[in-house]
Unconditional design. Sequence first.
Length: 239
Amino acid sequence: MEHGTKQNAAAWAKVYQTSSFGNRYPTDGLVSLYYHFIKKDLENRSHPVKVLDFGCSHGANAAFFSELGFDVYGIDISKDAVDCCIVTHGFDKSRFRACDLLGDHLSVRELFGTFDLIIASECLYYFSQADFETLLLNFEDCMKEHAVIYANMHTWNHPLYRDYQHTPANAEGLVEIPASGTAALPLQVRIVADKHQMRQLFHRFEETAVVRSILELESECETLHFIGKKKTKTKPRCI
């Protein structure tokens, strides 16, 4: 795990230890995107849909999918967040794990098996380029055939990041933001410029859609959402 990722992970673990910070509602846009893009790719399966919520926090996204009748599992860097998630929603504690996939060199497949849907919401922009790629490989490895992945990233059109648009990224591809995220932490983040860059980041998956959303709070908060599927490996042609 690279330095920037370690710094961000340690900061968020500390936040959950010292405050009640955590998501109470599903990620903005995720519910709508599920019904518009994800649902059709999960229908008519011969088994219950199995979902991994990576960066599950206090479990609002996991609870949404659980209410749909899906089998939900979760991973977060913070034990406090995972404990709260289990208690709040009554989840099976064997399906939720506080761990560091990168630092501990853990495989999602070895932890929980394979999945029909991977959710990585409000978390991937805290990882360096190298760690980001390692995580995507880990996700790809635990995705069943035709499995779906959802992830989001913020753009520079965001009140927390707008003033740092011309700040050079470090060697890890991260930009230092003095007060980033809802918890107002000094963190290193990875911001995308546009849909083209979003597609480049998730190139290893077959794209279903890249969707732009604007949440108007104190000012515009622009987010890009990627929905894709595991690529089907083509069989070599017989000659």
